[in-house]
Design a protein around this ligand. Sequence first.
Ligand SMILES: Cc1cc2nc3c(=O)[nH]c(=O)nc-3n(C[C@H](O)[C@H](O)[C@H](O)COP(=O)(O)OP(=O)(O)OC[C@H]3O[C@@H](n4cnc5c(N)ncnc54)[C@H](O)[C@@H]3O)c2cc1C
Length: 561
Amino acid sequence: MTEVLDVLIVGAGPTGLTAAAEAVRHGLSVRIIDANGQGSIHSKALVLHSRTLEIFTDMGFVDHVLDRGQEFRALNMHIDGKTLTRIDFRAIDWQDAIYPFWLSLPQSETERLLEEHLARLGVKVERHTKLTGLVQHADRVEATLTHLNEAGEGLKDEVIEVPWLVGCDGARSATRSLSDIKFEGTADDELFILGDVALAWDEPEDEGQNFMSADGILLVVPLPEPKRYRVIAHMPKLSADDKPEISLNMLQSLMDNRTGKQTTLSDMVWSSSFNVKHLVATHHRQGRVFLAGDAAHIHSPVGGQGLNTGIQDGYNLMWKLALVHQRIGSEKLLDSYQAERHEIAESTIRKVSLATKVVTLKTPISRTLRNQLASLLINTDAVHNKMGRDVGMLDIAYKSSDIVKDDSVSRNRAQKVIQAISDSGVNFDDGPTAGERAPNVLYLDEKGKPHSLIDSLYGTPHKLLLFAGLSDRRPSEMLCEVQAAIAQRYPAIQTCLVTTTAVSKAEWDGDVIVNGDGAIHRRYGVTDEAVYLIRPDHHIGYRSQPVAADLIQAYLEELFV
Ligand SMILES: Cc1cc2nc3c(=O)[nH]c(=O)nc-3n(C[C@H](O)[C@H](O)[C@H](O)COP(=O)(O)OP(=O)(O)OC[C@H]3O[C@@H](n4cnc5c(N)ncnc54)[C@H](O)[C@@H]3O)c2cc1C
């Protein structure tokens, strides 16, 4: 090797660009290649979800995304020409969401902003460069990169050796096939068509419209530019092998037939058709090779989860890879990538395939029945709220992951009974459990100044929150000893005392969150001394009340070397 290279990222779509930027943020040196001469010029995935925007905040470039995107204000549901409900994204219960909305931003823009962000970090995408060979050894991967000319023909091969390779090379992933990893699942026969158009009508520009009619579903999604929209239609009479010529006239007549509204379409800049596939790679990890994004899973665009899931794969993987590569973390971390993200891919497929079946019912009778049922069910708070946190991917949790643990369950049951009847009404069982996303809390400090807990969680290290307990408790000697032992032994972990009252330097030598109003304690279910370990991806790795030094040590010893 002529230069030190820690990781090769194959593919510069949204997943690869995120993975590369995350690799750099976590201290790895990276090369990123793409067979194409330029990034995507098509709008493809349109919606960035709430959890993805939190990730972009942690990555440090969310402002660019918010500047370019357009808030998706509401989704209106119409059945047979009548408006059934308006789901106002600002009115639903987002609980602690930092970005309580969907953001409309074409994939081409998301990629452009990610690539600019990566360039600011000092990494340039190597274009016209294709992965064509891959051999794994115990300590490295040998990758053959073929440099292409403008016409996509091979000019010369370059063989490199690299400790880790992440295949973000899309649905037809060469990384996957060169690693002999199977891609299993089904492809439906249902065909959708879409077109990005200018549209003159009376509807608000920042709202989406979903029209259900006996002819099939038609969706109109706002694009960030004024008066521009994507029109997507299910074509029940066509099948996956049909390649319809999509014209403005065709879309106009679908709008006329299915919306019952006065509309004029013009200036179509992009059109496409797709059938629905649900496929997942049997392995997200094989030794030193990882798959992420569409290379690892593809599913129906219903719910707009594809691009968002890929970005979240990269965010989940890179802190683990960095810790293992830097010989700080144990191999167990890398196995957890497979366990955590494979399960998410499968559960996303289960959810979106059900939703897709509902929107693609074949016979007019079943579509009429669906529409009648929808009119009974859809206008409830529960359904509206699902469009917030659930679709926004805020409730994704890794509860059965091997690297998360709740020790309050394994020790001191009697203590839990006492907590359950404690006067404060706060119960540890009601706090977030291991594997869940750490909830954000708006709290007041001792002077009544407002703060957001998430601001203390951003950044690359693990955060160990040591709670002193409610009712103005001072940190005990034991809590101070735990803090000192962990700070000395695990430099990758930042410790922080969470207390309801200010403490002196003599009482606590380290970071402190003074939570004067007790809001963090209550949200985290804490009454007595307790501990929460927040991972770099803001999921809860470990929690316990009471604090038992031996149990925390045992947990950390399995994760860190
Ligand atoms: C019409 C359409 C609408 C969609 N709508 C939505 C939506 O609303 N919401 C949503 O979340 N998702 C949507 N998706 C899905 C979304 O576009 C994908 O999930 C997303 O592009 C996946 O990103 P990725 O980076 O994993 O893969 P890709 O975007 O496919 O990127 C893979 C990259 O790898 C490169 N590459 C491939 N092979 C090699 C090789 N051998 N060597 C080097 N480079 C290689 C390719 O050139 C490409 O740049 C839609 C997709 C389509 C087609």
